[in-house]
Design a protein around this ligand. Structure first.
Ligand SMILES: Cc1cc2nc3c(=O)[nH]c(=O)nc-3n(C[C@H](O)[C@H](O)[C@H](O)COP(=O)(O)OP(=O)(O)OC[C@H]3O[C@@H](n4cnc5c(N)ncnc54)[C@H](O)[C@@H]3O)c2cc1C
Length: 503
């Protein structure tokens, strides 16, 4: 415990409660002059409102950005297809007990102490509970994000799925949106925005990476680790999990906790990675300066982190290993999978062929991560062919192939997409990529907890600057028309200078 924390716990031995904390937040925001005064000209097109910024996605990235934009006096509308309070993976597809991130990180608090997870937690549970807390429970993080959304007054419309994104020249972007109605029906609507930000998460421009060996296996026999699925259905079944990353451990543990007969982890590597290299790269210099690095350095760092692979958290690994019916099979690459009739006419099963031999299982989970794959995002079909990718910019000395890096968008300084061939998709630069695929261009500042506020501040500032330049005629006219006197002319009497000077 730090000396400061000792003092705090002595000053407030019992929690102040969330209602009192909300008052503190409101006061802090008032002190910071938040939100800043609006200054953007209202825009319409054919009588329809053109929003200044529409953010697709109201996870932690979208929330942080909306707050950052409000600090710049810019209103943002957030659209999310998820129901309210279920944005992102935390309460839907994630299965870990706790976050990997240390509890002390300030995440999407945007530099406001009262908005941190720590402040929110202590207000409700007290200092002693904070000192005792190991890592942040997954669902508690979701609760925190729900609260953050409320106290920062984020304007979110849930149940709104963006189905098409169309730049309309150098003026605006049209979004086709399917809106879920209270009766379950869908209504189609068009939204217009001057700028659109895709804050769409880890699989923001793609989806699950699915190995070829399961493509012909009936879908009832396998799932990707990111699929929504009721793991109670695995009770009494033999399960195999491909992979050894954090999600593989979470899926294996969840299956075991739901009564799977056994779980075989099929691990291609001879050993499970032990060191999380991305932790060492997370210094402020990278956060602020990755974008300005020469291409060769950007590539080298990201490729190295990808190739080294991130180990599963220790807690997640122990959560699996404590089960006697969990088997860590290393050096075990899957070569093919078939559904076959069971022995002696028994129930059918999976035969999983590996470099170690054939495993028999009833269900397979592939925990093989995510990939950039526009085909999995039909909502971007209009723009996808025009987006310049790093493939076209790969440094000459990049000796090793890296599909993820090749497929990453080559972003401009405001996270904006750039055109493959200039002139073929005017307005593409009005769409900004604030999600995981921005990592090669900007470093990890567009989604993960450690630097999400840095990324949001950077993007909000860049958008304010772009808007100002675009509207400079309006601001010039306003400057000239400005006529709010600070003096009335009654404050002083002009002197008769002739009486004051020596002739
Ligand atoms: C299982 C898991 C565990 C993780 N654990 C950690 C961790 O411990 N620490 C850490 O720093 N990072 C972690 N991450 C990485 C990262 O922090 C999370 O992915 C986080 O959710 C990113 O926040 P986000 O706001 O960028 O995206 P998300 O939280 O994924 O939010 C994106 C939102 O966009 C919406 N959306 C997408 N497409 C559309 C569309 N077409 N129309 C409307 N809405 C759309 C989605 O519904 C979603 O709510 C984890 C990721 C995963 C998958």
């Amino acid at each position: 415990m730090s000396p400061d924390e000792t003092d705090l716990s002595m000053n407030s031995p019992s929690p102040i409660g969330l209602a009192a904390h909300d008052v503190r937040v409101a006061d802090d925001l008032l002190s910071l002059g938040w939100p800043a005064k609006p200054w953007m000209p209202a825009t319409t097109h054919d009588g329809q409102t053109v929003h200044d910024v529409i953010v697709v996605g109201a996870g932690q990235a979208g929330l942080a950005l909306a707050f950052g934009l409000a600090q710049q006096g810019i209103a943002a509308l957030l659209l999310d297809r998820a129901p309210a309070g279920f944005e992102g993976p935390w309460a839907t597809t994630a299965r870990m007990e706790t976050l990997r991130s240390p509890k002390e990180l300030t995440g999407p608090a945007m530099g406001v102490p009262a908005l941190t997870f720590r402040a929110w937690f202590i207000a409700q549970h007290g200092q002693a509970a904070w000192d005792d807390l190991g890592k942040i429970p997954r669902l508690q993080w979701m609760d925190y994000l729900r609260w953050l959304r409320r106290v920062t007054h984020a304007q979110v419309r849930n149940g709104c799925e963006v189905t098409d994104v169309q730049p309309q020249g150098e003026a605006r972007v049209a979004l086709q949106v399917s809106q879920r109605q209270p009766d379950g029906s869908q209504v189609q609507a068009q939204f217009l925005a001057r700028r659109v930000v895709l804050a769409t998460g880890r699989d923001g421009l793609g989806g699950p990476s699915v190995p070829a060996f399961v493509r012909d296996v009936p879908r009832t026999r396998w799932a990707h680790s990111s699929d929504a699925m009721d793991y109670a259905s695995l009770r009494g079944r033999r399960v195999a999990v491909v992979g050894a990353g954090s999600s593989a451990m979470d899926c294996a543990a969840t299956a075991l906790e739901h009564g799977a007969t056994s779980v075989d982890l099929l691990i291609r590597r001879a050993d499970i990675p032990r060191i999380n290299k991305s932790k060492a790269s997370g210094v402020p210099g990278l956060t602020q300066g990755h974008y300005d690095l020469p291409d060769a350095w950007k590539w080298r760092i990201r490729h190295y982190i990808n190739a080294q692979q991130v180990p599963p958290p220790q807690g997640s690994t122990l959560r699996v290993a404590r089960h006697p019916n969990a088997y860590f099979n290393q050096n075990c690459a899957v070569t093919s999978v078939q559904e076959s009739a069971g022995a002696e006419g028994g129930a059918s099963q999976l035969e999983i062929h590996t470099t170690q031999g054939v495993f028999e299982a009833d269900f397979l989970v592939v925990s093989t991560g995510f990939q950039m794959d526009w085909a999995q995002k039909p909502e971007y079909a209009t723009i996808a062919p025009h987006v310049r990718l790093w493939r076209a910019r790969r440094p000459a000395d990049a000796d090793e192939a890296d599909a993820e890096l090749d497929g990453s968008p080559d972003l401009g300084p405001a996270f904006e997409f750039q055109q493959n061939t200039p002139g073929t998709c005017p307005g593409l630069g009005r769409i900004h990529c604030f999600c995981y695929p921005a990592t090669l261009s900007f470093g990890s500042i567009a989604g993960d907890i450690p630097s999400i506020s840095d990324g949001a501040r950077r993007l909000a500032g860049a958008l304010a600057s772009l808007f100002y330049r675009e509207d400079i005629e309006v601001h010039w006219a306003r400057l000239q028309a400005y006529a709010d006197p600070e003096l009335t002319g009654q404050e002083w009497t002009p002197a008769d200078s002739s009486l004051r000077v020596r002739r």
